[in-house]
Design a protein around this ligand. Sequence first.
Ligand SMILES: NC(=O)c1ccc[n+]([C@@H]2O[C@H](COP(=O)([O-])OP(=O)(O)OC[C@H]3O[C@@H](n4cnc5c(N)ncnc54)[C@H](O)[C@@H]3O)[C@@H](O)[C@H]2O)c1
Length: 315
Amino acid sequence: MKRIALIGTGVIGTGWAARLLSQGCVISAWDPAKKFDTELKKNIEEIWPTLEKIGVSSDASIDNLKTFKTLQEACCDAELIQESVPEDMRIKRDIHNAIGKSSNKDAFIASSSSGILPSDIQGACNNPANFVVGHPFNPVYILPLVEIVGGKDTSQSTIDTFREFYASMNMHPLVVRKEIEGYLSDRLQEAQWREILHLINDDIANTKELDEAIIYGPGLRWAIMGTCLTFHLAGGRSGMRHMLEQFGPALELPWTKLKAPELTDDLIEKMVSGTSEQAGEKTVKELEKLRDACLIEILQALKKFNVGAGKYIQS
Ligand SMILES: NC(=O)c1ccc[n+]([C@@H]2O[C@H](COP(=O)([O-])OP(=O)(O)OC[C@H]3O[C@@H](n4cnc5c(N)ncnc54)[C@H](O)[C@@H]3O)[C@@H](O)[C@H]2O)c1
């Protein structure tokens, strides 16, 4: 499938546009924001040199980006539609209703939602069997993971179609077997995020210390093996079994606080001032460029050993 409509061109829609263009797709895009077309083109031109470093297909061209003034025009000829509008159930349902009225009944439709149950969106679709959540990760043009989540009316052939399509875009499709709020990756991230908020709220650490606790240690390992296989190695020669025997009892200790703390003004202020102090003089844009440059080096290093996300870049 090469004719793709993108509905919503904020952070995630722009990321999809860049990745899909780089793999030779023809994109028709729409967003309600004024001047979204010039902003989208400008952002993709800025991202393109980064894409060239990790591999652009021979038929790829920025000229394959077409923008439209209405959702109807963007959707009418598309084989696949990827929606990336705000994470708000009312907006999602309205937009999927409009997509249903404007698109071919055979078109495959995905929402980039970060946590909404697909069953709660697909009721608004014209053809619910052809709908999934296709949850990507920012920046979509570099990170290969995309979670595919079907709802109660999604057909198996639709799941298979999306798995093949995303794989053909050099992505790692991870099919979530049963729909659940937050899917897999965001549930893992949310657990850590909740713990961070508690540790800050209780004045045990600041944001810089908590980030140091990740980036110089566990964070480096996660890109290679994830948590489970990393802990298998923590058990020495007997692997996971010994690891569980040794550290299992700690699960009974009060090491985690599962319930999220209240987001008081004081907690919000600590999070905001802590992270802005860490950023120092650097703007978000500058930090994004720094992050992207580092991610590419990491991916290229992983590629040398054919592990983790390194398997998904061409050069
Ligand atoms: N930002 C992330 O890290 C991330 C990661 C994965 C998935 N997502 C998901 O992707 C989706 C989009 O998130 P984002 O971060 O790109 O948001 P964003 O705010 O950057 O972009 C949303 C876009 O939707 C447009 N929009 C606003 N109101 C609209 C409406 N009523 N109808 C149609 N379009 C409207 C805006 O003009 C904007 O361009 C959300 O479902 C979000 O949960 C976000």
